[in-house]
Design a protein around this ligand. Structure first.
Ligand code: SF4
Length: 669
């Protein structure tokens, strides 16, 4: 069991909400105590390398501020309690409630299929209300599916066979770090790499160092650029007529739409690119015979994000590369995940509609719910209009239970707080939304204190509430078995045996009959969307709203050192990240007379957040960037950065409009 042994039972997967889903080896001592972790060289995608954040995960596992015991609210304070006391309190509050009065609040705190999803089996049996998951990829997913259908896309490993790589809104240096060495090899072979983004990202600067090109556009103008490139493709005869004939619906209508506007001069004015840059980009994109188009998610978190994704998908479809657009998704795996959360257990009177995750602040403030369970989620930090969420979550008439590793900002507001195990301490099954590997993991290290896994915790709650046996007579290992057995046809025999041994296994490609759209073809126009109030064609609609005013566009970028709300309780990670800052173009710094060491207040109609200012030439003038997700504890106003963000929804899929946020920048002295 010592370091270096590399036993199968020590293998697991990084559980963070990250497309790399890296292989991890965990070292424990003879009593099962956690010793350390490192990358697993056997993993087909991460090949033994962990990012800087997770390489330090041991500090999180062994952190002194981990929750070790249940806590119960007594007046203003949370006090230590036994599990029995906590479960009794929960049962007393939940048992009298009717269906739909309890809200289930989980998200991507762990991507393990069993630990994350099994609590929903209990929630389903209670008839609890779910949310729609709108704070991540709902918009991108809806936009992609409306054109290309089910999100399968190319295998990320195929990047190295491309003759052009387009990174559209994908800062892989911060979000898909294991793609970087593959991109480097590609560039060393002379293959062009193009980055399209709203600031000169770490990735943009990295590929530019090796001769790649970065095209920095105004936020929210992606569709304008994509439609201009589509128009140029039609004008120059670069479209693939045979492919269009075979696979695309409404191609001639779309051609007329693209040609009706979107000329180079208009596109330059709209996107902020020079006409010569558009010409250079068109030359590269239209000449490619086997491109790889890697899209991220963040660029679609806008009021017009669905149409932006539609336009990019349509562009590459008319070029004959519809299957070459990669968007982060699980669809490739096709696992029978319903067996874990069992929607069939819902009482017939239970609500079938979910509530908007983006609008949770407003919904909780309305007093609609009597109870809320939170796991794998720190919504007081991550939900838009977060100050409002806090007010709603802290209502006296809402009974709240949080299961987590630390006293998060959400847990600090709760009535009952339960200590959770970490990924090295419980069994699960993982799959990625980037690469195609799946992995079973066992509980490796002994949990500290009285920490319990999600499965143990929610099984105990279900039993105490007298719910059906199927909701509580379970173990994590048994649930993984259930899931694998129900998904058996997705694996070859060799793959299945390998997964059962705990090895990371890359699954063979899954094929679809047609594209999985309503028509089975690539839909360059959609009467269904038109009928629901959207545009028939993928269109550029300016990203504007009366809800979003202010001279600066706020760009919330992922942090290299933390991961959304995760790691914010690790002193080492927080030290590496430093105090949160507002990064501004040097010309804006000069215009606003911001001196070294000054703080600025980012302010809009919802809230104000004060941060230290820093000049950064990678930011275009008129934008202000904040890395990571500053929490209430990080800013003097006592609410996190998401207090600035509207709870409005995007044009498709009910997703968030995080990156449509505008604010003014006021110097504080
Ligand atoms: S956060 Fe992402 S890159 Fe880092 S170890 Fe986890 S899966 Fe890998």
């Amino acid at each position: 069991m010592s370091a270096g042994a590399d036993r199968p039972e020590q293998r697991t997967t990084c559980p963070l909400d990250c497309p790399d889903a890296c292989g991890v080896l965990v070292d424990v001592d003879e009593r099962g105590g956690f010793v350390g972790l490192r990358g697993d060289a056997l993993h087909p995608w991460s090949k033994g390398v962990l990012c800087g954040k997770t390489a330090l995960y041991g500090e999180v596992v062994q952190a002194e501020n981990r929750l070790l015991h249940p806590l119960i609210r007594r007046g203003e304070s949370l006090e230590r309690a036994s599990w029995d006391e906590a479960l009794d309190r929960i049962a007393a509050k939940i048992a009298p409630l009717g269906v739909g009065e309890t809200l289930a609040l989980s998200y991507g705190g762990s991507m393990g299929l069993v630990q994350r999803k099994y609590p929903n089996r209990v929630m389903n049996a209670l008839g609890a209300t779910h949310h729609d998951g709108g704070i991540c990829d709902a918009t991108a997913d809806a936009g992609y599916q409306s054109v290309l259908g089910r999100v399968l896309g190319p295998d990320l490993d195929d990047v190295e066979r491309a003759d052009l790589l387009v990174l559209w809104g994908s800062d892989i240096a911060r979000t898909v770090q294991h793609l970087q060495p593959r991109v480097k090899r590609l560039q060393e072979r002379g293959v062009p790499v193009v980055v399209i983004d709203v600031w000169r990202t770490d990735t943009a600067r990295d590929v530019e160092r090796r001769g790649g090109r970065a095209f920095v556009i105004r936020p929210g103008t992606d569709a304008a650029l994509a439609l201009c490139l589509a128009r140029l493709a039609f004008e120059r005869g670069s479209v693939n007529r045979a492919y269009i004939e075979e696979h695309c619906l409404s191609a001639s209508d779309f051609e007329a739409h693209a040609r009706s506007a979107h000329d180079v001069a208009w596109t330059a004015r709209t996107t902020g690119l020079a006409e010569s840059e558009i010409a250079d980009l068109a030359r590269l994109v239209l000449a490619a015979r086997h491109p790889f188009v890697k899209t991220g998610v963040g660029w679609t978190r806008r009021r017009n994000g669905g149409n932006s994704m539609r336009a990019v998908c349509a562009l590459f479809a008319v070029l004959g590369h519809g299957e070459r657009v990669h968007f982060e998704s699980y669809a490739h795996f096709g696992l029978a995940e319903d067996v874990v959360h069992r929607p069939d257990l819902r009482p017939s009177r239970a609500p079938t509609e979910s509530v908007s995750q983006v609008g949770l602040g407003r919904i909780l403030e309305s007093g609609r719910f009597r109870a809320a369970f939170v796991w794998c989620h720190d919504p007081a930090v991550t939900i838009p209009d977060s100050a409002r969420f806090r007010r709603g979550f802290a209502r006296d008439d809402l009974f709240t239970v949080v299961h987590d590793h630390f006293l998060t900002e959400t847990a600090a507001l709760a009535d009952v707080v339960l200590p959770a195990t970490m990924f090295v301490e419980h069994a699960d099954l993982y799959r990625s939304y980037g690469h195609r590997a799946v992995q079973r993991s066992r509980a490796i290290a002994k949990p500290p204190g009285e920490a319990r896994s999600n499965v143990e915790t929610f099984a105990a709650i279900a039993k105490r509430l007298g719910l059906p046996r199927v909701t509580w007579d379970v173990t994590a290992e048994g649930l993984v078995d259930e899931l694998l057995t129900a998904s058996r046809e997705r694996f070859t025999r060799a793959e299945f045996e390998s997964v059962q041994r705990g090895e990371p296994v890359k699954l063979a490609p899954r094929s679809l009959d047609g594209f999985g759209t309503q028509s089975g073809r690539i839909e360059l126009a959609s009467d269904t969307l038109a009928a629901s109030g959207s545009t028939r064609f993928p269109s550029y609609v300016p990203d504007e709203s009366r809800d979003d005013r202010g001279a600066f566009q706020l760009v919330c970028a992922p942090s290299v050192h933390t991961h959304n709300a995760t790691y914010s309780h690790s002193a080492r990670h927080a030290k590496k990240a430093g105090k949160p800052r507002a990064f501004l173009n040097p010309s804006d710094v000069a215009r606003l007379s911001i001196a070294a060491g000054d703080s600025v207040r980012l302010v809009n109609e919802r809230a104000a957040v004060t941060l230290r200012a820093e000049a950064d030439a990678s930011m275009p003038s008129g934008t202000v960037r904040v890395d990571g997700l500053p929490r209430a504890a990080d800013v003097p106003e006592g609410h996190g950065i998401n207090a600035l963000v509207s709870s409005g929804v995007s044009d498709l899929g009910g997703g968030n409009v995080l990156y449509s946020t505008r604010c003014d920048v006021v110097v504080m002295r």
